[in-house]
Write a protein that binds this ligand. Structure first.
Ligand SMILES: Nc1ncnc2c1ncn2[C@@H]1O[C@H](COP(=O)(O)OP(=O)(O)OP(=O)(O)O)[C@@H](O)[C@H]1O
Ligand SMILES: C[C@H](N)[C@H](N)CCCCCC(=O)O
Ligand SMILES: [Mg+2]
Length: 228
């Protein structure tokens, strides 16, 4: 099975897509053919009957590897709402075995698959399953993106504890500077570096170019160490 990573975050809109895209670029740069996957994408644009999602497009723009849309994003919905509600309204059941099968087929296109969740760790996919269940089914080491803003320490600590409770390793965490005016940024970062018992992969600075940038080589070295 090709290696996989599952990217989760402290909330929705914290930079999971930015981090995923930067990781896909880094791995490809390091000669590891890597593709992104967004199993459940709500908030799509209907273009002549094809549902287009910004996260999926951003993943695709970060890799030279092409794969069918039905594999990289099997469940897409128009409204920008929780996937469990979007799916119910569309009369579609999000099935974990189907997502698993898509991930396996993607492994034929790339060496590594980086899977971006939706919302945070316990965002629901149905009345019975959450993003956590999806990560568990994929058996993927988790990368936690912390959107650095007031309140993120609590969200980061809760999420890390829940990931560990799920029995999944945290391959690392990323500090994403979503709020350029965060008070005491360095002190918040230092607290998380001390208290999150997971490797610190990288800091993503606030930048209007964040979607076109790449994680630094240190993040790669840290991930590599975890894999060996
Ligand atoms: N480092 C950054 N610098 C500047 N803007 C950023 C940065 N990271 C994220 N953003 C912006 O914040 C917004 C949310 O980021 P992003 O779409 O990556 O979040 P997400 O966690 O993937 O959200 P979702 O749960 O919808 O998938 C976007 O407009 C993005 O461009
Ligand atoms: C549409 C949005 N951008 C995300 N993709 C979905 C966020 C779901 C959050 C669910 C929740 O935890 O309340
Ligand atoms: Mg996203």
């Amino acid at each position: 099975m090709a290696p996989r990573y599952f990217v989760t975050g402290t909330d929705t809109e914290v930079g999971k897509t930015v981090a995923t895209v930067q990781l896909i670029r880094l791995l490809n740069q390091q000669k590891i053919p890597t593709i992104g996957m967004k199993p459940a994408a709500s908030g799509c644009l209907n273009s002549n009957g094809i549902l287009i999602n910004d996260d999926v497009v951003a993943h695709q723009n970060a890799t030279p590897i092409a794969a069918p849309l039905a594999l990289v994003s099997p469940y897409r919905f128009e409204p920008a709402i929780s996937p469990h509600i979007a799916a119910r309204e569309a009369d579609i059941e999000i099935k974990l075995p189907h997502i698993l099968s898509c991930a396996e087929q993607l492994s034929e296109h790339a060496n590594t698959v980086v899977v971006e969740g939706a919302g945070g760790w316990f965002a629901p996919l149905s009345d019975t399953h959450t993003i956590a269940d999806l990560a568990i089914a994929l058996e993927a080491p988790v990368i936690l993106v912390v959107g650095m803003r007031l309140g993120c320490i609590n969200h980061a600590m809760l999420t890390a504890q829940a990931i560990k409770f799920a029995g999944l390793p945290i391959a690392g965490w990323i500090a994403n500077q979503i709020d350029p005016h965060m008070s005491r940024y360095a002190e918040n970062l230092a607290y998380l570096q001390t208290h999150l018992s997971a490797p610190f992969l990288a800091e993503i600075p606030h930048s209007s170019n964040a979607l076109n940038s790449c994680l630094n080589i240190q993040a790669f070295e840290t991930l590599k160490l975890r894999n060996n």
